[in-house]
Design a binder for this molecule. Structure first.
Ligand code: PLP
Length: 465
């Protein structure tokens, strides 16, 4: 018997067949074309250990995207297991509507201590999308409750082309990935859109550093013209993750913050993907010394254990919601499992691990190693761009490197690399033809090397065929 629960593996062949059949009959997988799913070999995870996932047949795979960008300290991390079990011995759930509970208080206190300047209030929810919904509604209501009536014209939200903030309708309204969202346009509220910089395919046709960050001018002129009608701007700091790990040039975020301050527009930093240490600092905005007005966290906040999200808010914004009940300033928003005690305990344990293990100090040499090793991918004929921010990277495959021409969508090159990698013992999930590298922060250097070796081989196999 092992710590990972492998003692029960492999499952008997008949049991595996039954599971496969039941999955095909009853399960609808997210972001998955059901026809493709039916045609692919099915991998059913049964256990995990550190940076590995183990399937029902007992095969071990490196978890190359941290189980969708969440598993920071690896699977079955003893301290988080214990924290959740301890909490189970107390209470699994109690509401935050009209009551409080110990883990929610302790986690809010901790997040407020750790967060960049002034984000002292924590509003819990349960996913990245719901954290974004709360942020948008808070920002909107904040202006509606200003004593200065002219401020109540501030009703619009600025968001970015190609942005991804989740799949609930508010989050989709501020999103910009047509492949995912175009179909729902009639259901969405209108937003003002600006370009997010993509230096590989600059929409202005310029190149760094001579461009002088001209991409900020669009936002500048929008805010000059309409700032008095704009409540907030929402942005993915440093990286547009789901868009294909599009990294913004250094200083762009600071420029956005400066313009928001100038025009009294609230800055919402959506750190659902890039928060919790992924960029090398606990919060991504720290990399450019930016202090947003609201900041959303989810995904890795519980170390990849349980669904929990937090919308961090400046005290001054929170204060605008205080008043007599009849004044109608209450934030009438919240979900049943908001701030669940088990999840909050897991998050506290995860933050303790950051301190105990000096996770971020230990991450720095791995980030440098990743930078060095990524150079090898740039030399491949079918690699158009390699983008890295801290401990995440995207390798964009293209049909024609010189013309930066993508592969036809139907060729599914990215997915084919993922399936090939699986045969070599590595799990990844691409974003179209961008190969995503997002390993658990605790992965060792030899494991990281193995992951990159596999990817190099598989990219060659799939693009040279
Ligand atoms: N915001 C960002 C920046 C994200 O990358 C995501 C998910 O990838 C979300 C929000 C939505 O998070 P969730 O899937 O937990 O709703």
């Amino acid at each position: 018997m092992t710590a990972s629960g492998e003692h029960r593996l492999p499952l008997p062949a008949a049991e595996i067949r039954r599971l496969v059949e039941a999955d095909r009959r009853h399960l609808w997988h997210p972001f998955t074309q059901t026809k493709e799913w039916a045609e692919q070999p099915m991998l059913i995870v049964a256990a995990g250990e550190g940076p590995y996932l183990i399937d029902v047949e007992g095969n071990r795979y490196l978890d190359g995207v941290s189980s969708l960008w969440v598993s920071l300290h690896g699977h079955r991390r003893e301290e988080i297991d214990r924290a959740v079990r301890d909490q189970l011995d107390r209470v699994a759930h109690s509401t935050l509507l009209g009551l409080s509970h110990v883990p929610a208080i302790e986690l809010a206190e901790k997040l407020a201590q750790l967060a960049p300047g002034g984000l002292t209030r924590v509003f819990y929810s349960d996913s990245g999308s719901t954290a974004v919904e709360a942020a948008l509604k808070i920002a909107y209501q904040y202006w509606q409750q200003q004593p200065d009536r002219t401020k109540r014209y501030k009703r619009q939200i600025v968001s970015c082309h190609r942005a991804y903030h989740g799949d609930t309708l508010g989050a989709v309204s501020v999103g910009g990935i047509d492949l995912f969202h175009a179909c729902y346009h009639p259901l969405l509220f209108p937003t003002l859109k600006v370009h997010y910089p993509c230096c590989y395919r600059c929409h202005l046709g310029l190149s760094q550093p001579r461009c002088g960050m001209a991409c900020l001018e669009e936002l500048e002129s929008l805010l000059e013209r309409q700032g008095h009608t704009i409540a907030a701007l929402i942005i993915e700091p440093l990286v547009q993750a789901a868009a294909g790990m599009i990294t913004a040039p250094r200083g762009y975020l600071q420029g956005v913050e400066r313009l928001c301050r100038l025009h009294e527009v609230l800055l919402i930093a959506d750190e659902v993907a890039v928060g919790c240490g992924r960029t090398g600092t606990l919060f991504a905005v720290e990399q450019e010394s930016v202090c947003p007005d609201l900041l959303t966290l989810a995904k890795g906040v519980t170390g990849g254990y349980l669904p929990l999200a937090a919308t961090l808010v400046r005290e001054q914004i929170f204060e605008a919601f205080e008043g007599e009940y009849a004044e109608g300033r209450t934030f009438f928003h919240g979900h049943t499992y908001t701030g669940n005690p088990l999840a909050a305990r897991a998050a506290l344990a995860s933050l303790e691990i950051f301190e105990q293990d000096k996770t971020l100090e230990n991450l720095a040499p791995k980030i440098r190693h990743l930078t060095r090793r990524l150079e090898e991918f740039r030399t491949l004929d079918q690699v158009g761009d390699v983008r890295q921010c801290g401990f995440l990277a995207g390798i964009e495959l293209v049909r024609d490197q010189a013309a930066k021409e993508p592969y036809p969508v139907g060729e599914r090159r990215g997915m084919r690399v993922a399936l090939e990698a699986r045969r070599h013992g590595l799990l990844i999930r691409p974003l179209t033809d961008v190969i995503v590298i997002m390993p658990p922060l605790i992965i060792s250097l030899p494991e990281l090397d193995r992951m990159l070796d596999i990817l190099h081989t598989c990219i060659r196999t799939v693009t040279e065929s």
